[in-house]
Ligand binder design. Structure first.
Ligand code: PLP
Length: 422
């Protein structure tokens, strides 16, 4: 086992003699076999190999292995976006007539997924405040609850979730904890070490880091007991796959195998080989970039905290943050590069500040190596009413600053001059 920064560079791909040193882009939808009998074995899941890129592809496979190694899981599945990853992570185990317990401190797009689309598909969600007590949380489970969903560090409210509390509650009710670990990345937090069962990412964010590809990933810890009586989809034959019983045939990898052979087969939200290649380039420098994102963000959070034009600053790395203690526990080496704050004077002042920025760009994106900034109430979260905004921890004056890896003095100078114009 190498250290995590070495894993970022080397895991997932070991070229043989004369093979490309860099993970190659296998830009092919199909793969050739000499006999239909050989191909049949692949279809029956009796042999390993590639036959059609919607299900698996060598470029994707290398990157999936790297991410599984980074998170400490038994397997991973790349998807075409973070949205697809979260959707598949849930519907792999939760069906019409069933129920999810979900933190309110989640990304707006994920909120919509639960609140609108999964609801329309017959899956109900009970949203809970992330600061809920264990006792109260226990009352939110129903007989038909099939999973709990949280974000390690929420976008954009930067709530640090008490993963152990949510994992314990989930396990006491015989269901897995799914954690969206996009913001800290496995460099800063590995949720499996705190009891999470499934991890998801929008790889569009830090894992890529250069804003060049949209993608997602689902990672399986291999630790959840799917034979506990609540998940017949793993213990009874899947007639659509020649009667395979996932928990019997695939053991620890049952969840991630079913996600691929069942959901990817039917829904097809597969990543492209070219995007997987770009994602791999980002992963190679992930550890280095996270270190710089975090040290820059802390300096900038401290600068903002001492600036007279700001009303408040939220960064879990600041001792003033209500999440400082939890951040020290779950992310002792740093959280992420995102800082949120309010400009005195509310919405109008915030808009003036944004217009004055020169280096930081207004963009619907975070976790880019370029500093970027957003006003969520008028963009990503605009579909929420004031009450829902409040529940998600997004106030109308909140500015989300995604600190890049530029020289921190240049970023601070830009913020200083824009705040001076307010
Ligand atoms: N999860 C989190 C925490 C996010 O921040 C995002 C996007 O911002 C998503 C999921 C959705 O990912 P994507 O935009 O790649 O679909």
């Amino acid at each position: 086992m190498y250290h995590i920064d070495t894993t970022c560079i080397h895991a997932g791909y070991e070229p043989g003699n004369g093979e490309p040193r860099v993970v190659p882009i296998v830009q092919s939808t199909t793969f050739k076999y000499a006999t239909s009998e050989e191909m049949g074995k692949l279809f029956d899941l009796e042999a390993d190999g590639f036959f059609y890129t919607r299900l698996a592809n060598p470029t994707l496979d290398a990157v999936e292995k790297k991410i599984a190694a980074l998170e400490g899981g038994v397997g991973a599945m790349l998807t075409s976006s973070g949205q697809a990853a979260n959707m598949m992570a849930v519907i792999n185990i939760c069906h019409a007539g069933q129920h999810v317990v979900c933190s309110t401190a989640i990304y707006g797009g994920t909120f919509n997924l639960f609140y609108k689309t999964l609801h329309e598909l017959g899956i109900e969600t009970t949203f809970v405040d992330p600061s809920i007590t264990a006792q109260e949380l226990a009352t939110k489970f129903q007989d038909n609850t099939r999973c709990v969903f949280v974000e390690t560090l929420s976008n954009p409210s930067l709530v640090v979730t008490d993963l152990e509390l949510f994992a314990k509650a989930a396990h006491e009710h015989g269901v897995p904890l799914i954690v969206d670990n996009t913001f800290p990345t496995p460099i800063n937090c590995r949720p499996f070490e705190f009891g999470a069962d499934i991890v998801t990412h929008s790889t569009t964010k830090y894992m890529d880091g250069h804003a060049v590809q949209l993608g997602g990933v689902v990672v399986d810890s291999g630790n959840f007991d799917w034979k506990n009586g609540k998940f017949p989809e793993f213990t009874e034959p899947d007639e659509s796959y020649h009667g395979v019983v996932y928990a019997e045939r695939f053991g620890k990898a049952a969840y991630i195998t079913k996600a691929r052979t069942h959901l990817m087969r039917d829904m097809g939200a597969q990543a492209s080989p070219n995007n997987a290649f770009l994602l791999n380039l980002g992963l190679e420098t992930l550890a280095l970039r996270m270190e710089r994102h975090c040290s820059n963000a802390l300096k900038i959070a401290q600068f903002l905290e001492n600036n007279e034009k700001t009303a408040w600053v939220n960064y879990p790395g600041l001792e003033s943050s209500p999440y400082y203690k939890l951040a020290q526990k779950y992310m002792p080496n740093g959280t992420c590069g995102v800082v949120s704050f309010g400009v005195k004077g509310g919405r109008k002042a915030a808009e003036k500040f944004m217009a004055g920025l020169k280096l930081a760009t207004i963009a619907t994106h975070v976790a880019d190596l370029r500093t970027c900034v957003l006003h969520p109430a008028s963009s990503t979260h605009r579909q929420m009413n004031d009450e829902q905004l409040k529940e998600a921890g997004v106030t109308p004056d909140l500015i989300r600053l995604s600190v890049g890896i530029e020289n921190p003095d240049d970023i601070i100078e830009d913020l200083r001059q824009a705040l001076a114009q307010v």
